[in-house]
Design a protein around this ligand. Sequence first.
Ligand SMILES: NC(=O)c1ccc[n+]([C@@H]2O[C@H](COP(=O)([O-])OP(=O)(O)OC[C@H]3O[C@@H](n4cnc5c(N)ncnc54)[C@H](O)[C@@H]3O)[C@@H](O)[C@H]2O)c1
Length: 327
Amino acid sequence: MSAPLRLAILGTGRMGRIRAQHIFASPRFEIACVIDVNLQAAQSLASEFRVKNFSTTLSDFDYDGLVVSTPTFTHISAIEDCRDSVPIFLEKPIAEDAEGIRRAFEIAGKKGNKLCCGFQRRFDDTYVAGSTKVKNGEIGKVVNCNVIFGDHPCPSIEFLKEGGDIFMDLAPHDIDYVLNTLDDKIKNVYATGCSSDPVLKEAGVIDNATIICETVKGSTVNITMSRSAEYGYDQRCEFFGTKGSVHVGNYPKHHAVLSNSSGVTGSVLAHSFPQRFGQAFAKEMDEFADVMEGKKEWEVTQEDCIHVQNVAGAAGISYKEGRRVDV
Ligand SMILES: NC(=O)c1ccc[n+]([C@@H]2O[C@H](COP(=O)([O-])OP(=O)(O)OC[C@H]3O[C@@H](n4cnc5c(N)ncnc54)[C@H](O)[C@@H]3O)[C@@H](O)[C@H]2O)c1
């Protein structure tokens, strides 16, 4: 067996912690170092995974690949700071707009760094099974796709007021998944939304939204998102075709079902994205190892990233201006 690939982990927040767990669990990797602007946070994650090296700067260490789990606005400087010629895995989105994404790929290209953007639905067994059936033509021509994204737990009102744009945070996952499945692009979007709480409404923040899209090949896509799914992490997607439909269903916390005279009762839904997408996060890291070893190319392209960001941006404009927007 070849020596493990040495990964640097940049960012030790929600995603950095998830990445560290999956990297630590894989025999293909070794955590070379943990970096965070917050030294204490870097030290804490490093000690949890028995890693000696931690710092606030990447330049202190040697590594074969970099995992960037810092806030989106820092991704370009992370690429600039990375060693030349090592692959980089970045959380979605690569940058906040199309221009930033182009710049990120351009800088990486000049330095010989491959950029691998994480969109976990592409690596999730259930989403991939659904996608494969559509791609194989098993439901004929897809005419409509309906997506539900119920986020859980509901972020605090403070978080939502400070940022957390629903079109930028939530929608990109499904836009990428649906378009990859349909091998299509979005032509135009109409978006609307509402606030579940008077404080949010007063602050002009929506925590529920729907995007209606027309694709270039002539299908419709509806994406309904909510930050206030009190009942669990609700992730569903349904493709309707001329010969059938494919449903990508939810994940319960467990599969035990009680049937009695009151009815049939199952478990609550998975708590949140780390639980629902654990398998996909592990697969993402495994395929990143394949890229590092030169065995495959990363399937999410620069063009994919730019189009997804353009669609999410157009949805935000549509909501603000109350009109259909061309992408
Ligand atoms: N795939 C998904 O489902 C998913 C879910 C959540 C977030 N994300 C993405 O992951 C990224 C990180 O989000 P998060 O929720 O983990 O953020 P977070 O705020 O929980 O963690 C960010 C960490 O990065 C550190 N940091 C900030 N600037 C830094 C810098 N310049 N250098 C080093 N460390 C720095 C912070 O101290 C913090 O520890 C974002 O791009 C976000 O869009 C993806």
